[in-house]
Ligand binder design. Structure first.
Ligand SMILES: *Cc1c(COP(=O)(O)O)cnc(C)c1O
Length: 430
């Protein structure tokens, strides 16, 4: 399968090149040249297929013949080696829990898939790659864990000193081997700016730098699997299905729209945001304007200019009317989120963390427009990752899961940096 750059459609690369480059040379995001719907027979029998079989069928056209089927099956099996339970919260509302992976963040799936694709491309030891990633918290841990020990790949994670939680810091600073943590004296935006500068720096070309956030197709596309898993469980109800994603960079929901293009019967999508409301505002006014991000309690979604929104617009040929038929977006304040988190717990006993709660709020709004529909919100992180908020709000103490316990007694190893020149030096010498 080939991919074109959204900045210039004649800039075309293979799957492998798109994964290795991350971003096109003209700074555009890569997009698949075609999306061919899966046969009806696949959906007729989906409830009899395993997660691994579903995922393989969904992803194979996007890889094409660049990874042999047997290898791709192996990659998919390793990527999905944990559960994705669908938990009933209200009569017609389910939580799809995406946090049962090794770092308890939904980004585990994309990170695991991408790292294994890179390992395959480096099978002859001739394509050494450096993954550079800036994190405000959860991405770093998932990438560190997903890439640990992968041959031919070095991973450098930049995080803002003192601005990630203790658990998140341990998840990205304690692994060692090919994972290096750089502790930046600054904010998340400073980390991201340094990463962008490094990608454009001619002196670093020979390092084969790539990104591991959702601009990379190998991290973005596997997120479509979740939507198939939800449908597999809920098909038996024979009702319209509405799926709400708590959205930041809009990678997750954009992958859901790819699933719909593949024929998955999803009646409607809801992109639920926190106060970072560039997309809900766009749907109201018709004008898109990026904004500086504002800090909220659902901090993994504090994105002022969602990078994947341009991919969504591409899938609808920039036709706002067609887009609005399938897609609604709502924004919620921290106060609304805390109030609802408490409400959900009181009414059903379900413990939702802030991101999932924003998704739930969006789903509830949309269900008022649909009769007889069934709704799913994606729960994107384990509540323990946001215990500072969840425990006092609900008045409970959360038990520590084993994935988290295993990093708590390990020693932190990081290198402190202050400026881009220090990052560059590090990259040239490590
Ligand atoms: C990254 C993240 C999101 C947002 O996902 P996008 O694909 O960027 O929209 C939501 N919740 C959590 C917990 C995350 O880590």
């Amino acid at each position: 399968m080939n991919y074109y750059s959204l900045n210039n459609k004649s800039n075309i690369v293979s799957f492998q090149e798109a994964v290795i480059q991350g971003l096109a040379s003209d700074k555009g995001l890569f997009f698949p040249e075609s999306i061919v719907a899966l046969p009806d027979s696949f959906f007729e029998h989906i409830e009899h297929l395993s997660h691994e079989e579903i995922a393989f069928e969904a992803i194979k056209q996007f890889v094409g013949n660049e990874i042999p089927a047997s290898e791709l099956k192996q990659i998919v099996n390793e990527t999905l080696s944990f559960d994705f339970p669908l938990v009933k919260v209200d009569d017609n509302v389910f939580s799809l829990e995406l946090f049962h992976g090794p770092t308890m963040a939904f980004k585990d799936v994309g990170a695991r898939f991408m790292s294994r694709c890179l390992a395959y491309f480096n099978r002859n030891d001739d394509k050494k790659i450096t993954v550079l990633v800036a994190t405000s918290g959860d991405t770093g841990g998932a990438v560190a864990n997903g890439f640990l020990g992968v041959k031919g790949v070095d991973v450098l994670i930049l995080y803002p000193s003192g601005k990630v939680s203790d658990i998140q810091e341990r998840q990205l600073t304690t692994l060692g081997q090919n994972i290096k943590a750089l502790e930046v004296d600054g904010f998340f935006d400073d980390c991201q700016d340094m990463v962008k500068k490094a990608f454009m720096d001619a002196d670093l070309q020979h390092k084969n730098l790539t990104s591991a956030n959702s601009i990379n197709i190998a991290r973005w596309l596997p997120q479509m699997f979740y939507f198939f898993f939800a449908y597999k469980e809920l098909k038996k109800y024979n009702k319209p299905l509405i799926i709400a994603c708590p959205s930041g960079n809009f990678g997750n929901i954009c992958a859901g729209i790819v699933a719909k293009k593949l024929g998955l019967p999803i009646a409607h999508f809801v992109a639920a945001t926190n106060a970072n409301d560039a997309v809900p505002q766009f749907l109201k006014s018709g004008n898109y304007s990026a904004k500086p991000s504002v800090a909220t309690i659902s901090n993994a979604m504090d994105v002022g200019n969602p990078s994947n929104f341009i991919r969504i617009q591409e899938m609808y040929n920039n036709d706002l009317k067609a887009f609005e038929k399938d897609f609604t977006s709502y924004s919620f304040t921290d106060e609304e989120t805390l109030f609802e988190m408490q409400n959900i717990y009181t009414n059903s006993g379900y413990i939702a963390e802030p991101h999932g709660t924003v998704g739930y709020l969006g789903l509830k709004c949309e269900l008022e427009n649909f009769h007889n529909a069934i709704g799913v919100f994606l729960e994107t992180a384990h509540p323990i990752k946001f215990l500072d908020i969840v425990e006092p709000t609900l008045g409970i103490i959360l038990p520590i899961p084993k994935q988290i316990e295993s990093v708590l007694n390990k020693d932190k190893k990081s290198t402190k940096i202050k400026s881009y020149s220090e990052l560059k030096n590090y990259l040239l010498t490590f």
